[in-house]
Design a protein around this ligand. Structure first.
Ligand code: DHE
Length: 497
C-alpha cells in the first residue's frame, strides 16, 4: 500500500514536497491529489480547471478560495466539497494552494509544444462567413462570470453565437488584420485562435503558466505572448499557433523580469514590451520568424504603456504611481515627464483633436480624475474631477463624447460622459444602481455604443451615441470588455489597441 502511494506521489513529483498535514491526519497533498488533481493537474498547473499556484490565485482572496472549495462555483464544473471534506481539510487545502510548490514549475518548449491543439489547420475551413451580417461591425463580448464569449451583430445588436472560453480571459482579444480571426489570451497562459466566419476554435496553445496578454503583429503573421511565469515572451506563427521562439526576459546582468504587457506598434512593424522588474522597455522585430531585440534603458520602472498615433513616442506610468514618462521610441531618450495623480491607467487612454492639437486622456486607478494631456507640448492641460477612480475610457472619432467609468468606490455604478470640445462632464448616468457600470465600446460608425453592467446578473446596454438614450439591454453574465472588429483593425482613435 505504502509502495503504491509512493509511486503515485513520485509520479506527481511529491516526494520532495513538504507534507502539509490537515488535522484529519491526511496529508493535504494527498487530499489535493484525491480531490483536486483530476481537474487542476497533479502539479497544480491547471487542466480542465484553472492553475492553482500563488501567481494564478493573486486576484482571489484565500477566504474566497475556501468558499469555492466548500460551495463550488455556479455554472462551472467546480463542485462543492462541504459534504465530503471537513472544515479543517478545506482550510488546509486553501492554505496549501497558496504555497509555492516545492519545485519551481517549468513551462518550456516541451510543455508549450505538448499543449498545442489544432482542430482546424489553416486553410481547412470555408473562406466565406457561415451567416450573414456586416462582418466589420461585429462585437465580441467577454463574459467573465461563466467564462464565455458572445458574438453580437453590431447592426441589429442581436447575439449571433455564444461559446465557452478558456478560464479567466484577460486583455483585449486581438483580431487578424482582415477581421476574420480573433486571438484570446487567458491569465493561465492559453491562447485561443477563433474563426469568426465558421464559428470555431481553430487552434490553441498554452504559452506560459501565468500570462498577461498577447499582441498580433500588424501584418497578421505573428502572435507574441507576455508572461509573468515563467519570465518569457513567446513568439508564435499566427496561422496555426506553432511555436517559433521562447525569448528569456533578462538584462545583461542575467536578472530576469516578468513581462507586464506586450503591444503591437503597426507603423514600426514591431512589438513593444513593458517589463515589470527591470527598468527597460523592449522593441521586438521579427525577421525570418526570428525575434530581434532592442532594449531601451528607462529612468525608472515603467508599467502600462500608451502610444501616440504614429508610434513615435511611448508614454509609460512610473512605478511610484505619480507621474508618467514620455520616451522617444527612435532614440530611447526620455523627452518629457508628466505629473499625473494616483496611478494613471494609460492602457485605456484615448486621443482626439482639440483646438487643432492632439490630446490624450487617461483615467486613474487611485484618484477620481481624468488627465487630459496635449501631445505636442506634453503638458497636462486639464485634470477633470470625477466621482471616483476609473478603469476604462472610450470614444470614437465620430462622437463628440468620451465615456469614463467610476469603477471603484461608492459611485462604481456611475459613468461620466465628457464633451471632447469643452472638456467638461456633461452627463452622469447610473444605469443600474448598486452595480458596476463599466467599459464602453462604440460601433464602427460611432452611432451606438455598448456599456457593461458588470455583474453575474448583468447586461450589455445599448445607447444612442448622440442622444445618450438607452435603446436596449442584452442580459449577460458579468460582461467585461467589448470589442468591435472595425474599430480594432483600424486602430480607431477612441478605442484600445
Ligand atoms: Fe486588465 C486590459 C493590466 C486588472 C479587465 N489590463 C489590460 C491590459 C493590461 C492590463 C496591461 C492591456 C492588455 C491588452 O489589452 O492586450 N489589469 C491589468 C493590471 O495590471 C491589473 C490592474 C491587475 C492584474 O491583476 O492584472 C488588471 N483588468 C483587471 C481587472 O481586474 C479587470 C477589470 C477584470 C479582469 O478580467 O481581470 C481587467 N483588462 C481588463 C480588460 C482589458 C484589460 C477588459 C481590455 C480592455 C480593452 O478595452 O482593451
Amino acid at each position: 500500500m505504502q509502495k503504491t502511494l509512493n509511486v503515485l506521489m513520485l509520479s506527481a513529483g511529491l516526494l520532495n514536497a513538504p507534507l502539509v498535514m490537515a488535522s484529519t491526519d491526511t496529508p493535504t497533498e494527498t487530499l489535493y491529489q484525491q480531490h483536486c488533481a483530476s481537474c487542476h493537474g497533479s502539479d497544480r498547473l491547471g487542466g480542465m480547471g484553472p492553475a492553482l499556484l500563488p501567481e494564478n490565485l493573486s486576484r482571489l482572496k484565500q477566504n474566497q478560495a475556501e468558499a469555492a472549495i466548500r460551495e463550488g462555483r455556479p455554472a462551472t464544473q467546480m463542485l462543492g466539497f462541504a459534504d465530503t471534506l471537513s472544515d479543517e481539510s478545506i482550510t488546509a487545502l486553501a492554505d496549501y494552494i497558496y504555497q509555492p510548490p516545492a519545485q519551481e514549475p517549468v513551462w518550456d518548449k516541451r510543455e508549450i509544444v505538448g499543449s498545442h491543439l489544432l482542430p482546424y489547420p489553416s486553410g481547412s475551413l470555408p473562406d466565406t462567413p457561415a451567416y450573414s451580417a456586416d462582418m466589420m461591425n461585429l462585437f465580441l463580448v467577454v463574459e467573465i462570470g461563466d467564462h464565455h464569449v458572445t458574438l453580437l451583430d453590431g447592426d441589429s445588436m442581436e447575439p449571433i453565437h455564444r461559446f465557452a472560453s478558456r478560464y479567466a480571459l484577460h486583455g483585449g482579444p486581438k483580431y487578424s488584420p482582415d477581421g476574420r480571426y480573433v486571438y484570446f489570451g487567458s491569465r493561465d497562459g492559453w491562447i485561443t485562435k477563433y474563426d469568426l466566419y465558421n464559428l470555431k476554435v481553430v487552434a490553441e496553445v498554452r504559452s506560459g503558466i501565468n500570462m498577461r496578454n498577447i499582441a498580433v503583429s500588424a501584418d497578421g503573421k505573428h502572435v507574441l505572448a507576455a508572461n509573468y511565469l515563467p519570465h518569457t515572451l513567446v513568439l508564435f506563427d499566427a496561422d496555426n499557433l506553432d511555436l517559433l521562439e521562447i525569448i528569456p526576459v533578462e538584462n545583461d546582468a542575467g536578472e530576469s523580469s516578468r513581462v507586464s504587457a506586450v503591444y503591437a506598434a503597426p507603423p514600426r512593424n514591431s512589438f513593444i514590451a513593458a517589463l515589470k522588474d527591470i527598468p527597460q522597455a523592449w522593441e521586438i522585430t521579427v525577421e525570418n520568424n526570428q525575434a530581434r531585440l532592442r532594449k531601451m534603458q528607462t529612468d525608472t520602472w515603467l508599467d502600462d504603456f500608451f502610444f501616440d498615433p504614429d508610434y513615435e513616442h511611448l508614454i509609460g506610468a512610473a512605478r511610484d504611481g505619480k507621474h508618467g514618462l514620455v520616451i522617444n521610441l527612435d532614440t530611447g531618450e526620455t523627452t518629457a515627464e508628466l505629473p499625473l495623480p494616483g496611478m494613471p491607467h494609460l492602457g485605456s487612454g484615448i486621443t482626439w483633436d482639440y483646438n487643432g492639437s492632439r490630446v490624450m486622456a487617461t483615467p486613474h486607478f487611485r484618484t477620481g480624475a481624468v488627465s487630459i494631456i496635449d501631445m505636442d507640448s506634453w503638458k497636462v492641460i486639464k485634470t477633470l474631477e470625477t466621482a471616483g477612480p476609473g478603469f476604462f475610457m472610450r470614444s470614437h472619432e465620430n462622437s463628440r463624447y468620451a465615456w469614463v467609468d467610476v469603477f471603484f468606490g461608492p459611485n462604481k455604478d456611475k459613468v461620466h460622459v465628457i464633451d471632447k470640445q469643452t472638456l467638461e462632464i456633461v452627463k452622469t448616468l447610473q444605469p443600474e444602481p448598486g452595480k458596476v457600470a463599466a467599459h464602453v465600446e462604440f460601433d464602427r460608425e460611432g452611432k451606438k455604443l455598448l456599456l457593461s453592467i458588470w455583474d453575474e446578473d448583468g447586461a450589455v446596454i445599448v445607447y444612442d451615441a448622440d442622444t445618450l438614450e438607452e435603446e436596449k439591454r442584452i442580459p449577460m453574465n458579468k460582461p467585461s470588455g467589448k470589442y468591435n472588429v472595425w474599430n480594432k483593425i483600424n486602430y480607431e482613435e477612441g478605442t484600445s489597441h
